[in-house]
Ligand binder design. Structure first.
Ligand code: THG
Length: 271
């Protein structure tokens, strides 16, 4: 994917909310984590998300253990997925390469606890379009939060292109307008803040529905057309990879369809 697809990929697989990863963290099974790191790096991930789960007493230790094992086998920078300023602070000291921070938001605890770490360490950071009241329903309310966040980040000297806004997809199973709100928020961010990046976790959109991978894939394609330039996803998913190649081609980012045809000849389409 790297160099072929313009979308920046954050590999999602090292996440302590997944049963097997939680077990590996508990058992200190380094080989399991390192295998996930290697496979995602080889598949072209630009960052590897590292989420140690949500045990406040153990999160920092578990996150450090994840980081040390990941960077023992790959050079790919790590995306630190935590809301905990204490865990993030030690994690930032452990990483060899500048990490991405996942995430800040307009919640006071994150503005006070996490944003200063982003500014001081010049890290790229995911910024969620939510505040202490939760995720707003409308595009206009999400944009109001995003404007407030940009005000805060600029005040602390964070460059717009360090930011990866996550407009936050809500599942279609509880609101049939969730997709349209998401796409219109992407377009509004793109027109008002042309230098920021836009990312999201793909899978929220299909929560509670059957055959989720189909919905996730089409959601990615529509989001890319709207201006998404990064995503948290499974880089080992061959169907997503093919969909991304075709989308880049159709959006005019693949001169003479070279990348697409090269991937075809390399056997990417033979599963
Ligand atoms: N926005 C931001 N950060 C996030 C999310 C987001 N971090 C967490 C999450 N959402 C994105 N990460 C995952 C990780 C795993 C899965 C979904 C989202 C997942 N895994 C399945 C499993 O574990 O069974 C299937 C995939 C697999 O097997 O690999 O569903 O929205 N900023």
């Amino acid at each position: 994917l790297k160099g072929v697809v313009h979308l920046k990929i954050i590999g999602e697989k090292i996440n302590g909310t997944r049963k097997k990863v939680a077990q590996a963290i508990q058992d200190r099974d380094a080989a399991f984590i390192q295998d996930l790191a290697r496979k995602q790096a080889e598949a072209g991930a630009d960052w590897l998300d590292a989420n140690a789960g949500t045990h406040p007493s153990r999160e920092a230790d578990d996150l450090i253990w994840l980081i040390e094992n990941i960077q023992a086998v790959v050079e790919t920078p790590i995306c630190l997925d935590s809301a905990n300023p204490k865990a993030l602070e030690v994690a930032i000291k452990t990483v060899k390469k500048t990490p991405m921070i996942n995430s800040i938001s307009a919640e006071p605890a994150r503005l006070e606890g996490v944003l200063p770490l982003v500014a001081a360490n010049k890290c790229p950071a995911i910024a969620l379009a939510m505040d202490e009241k939760g995720i707003p329903k409308t595009k206009d309310e999400r944009m109001a939060i995003i404007r407030r966040l940009v005000g805060e980040t600029r005040r602390l000297g964070v460059a717009d292109d360090q930011l990866y806004f996550d407009p936050l997809a809500m599942t279609m199973s509880t609101s049939s307008e969730s997709g349209l709100i998401f796409f219109s928020t992407i377009r509004a961010i793109r027109s008002e803040f042309p230098d920021v990046h836009i990312t999201c976790g793909l899978s929220n959109i299909s929560f509670g529905l059957p055959a989720r991978s189909f919905i996730n894939r089409v959601f990615l394609i529509l989001s890319m057309e709207a201006g998404l330039d990064s995503a948290i996803l499974d880089p080992l998913d061959q169907d997503i990879k093919i969909a991304m190649l075709a989308t880049e081609l159709l959006l005019g980012r693949d001169r003479y369809c070279l990348k697409y045809t090269r991937a075809y000849r390399a056997g990417v389409f033979n599963k």
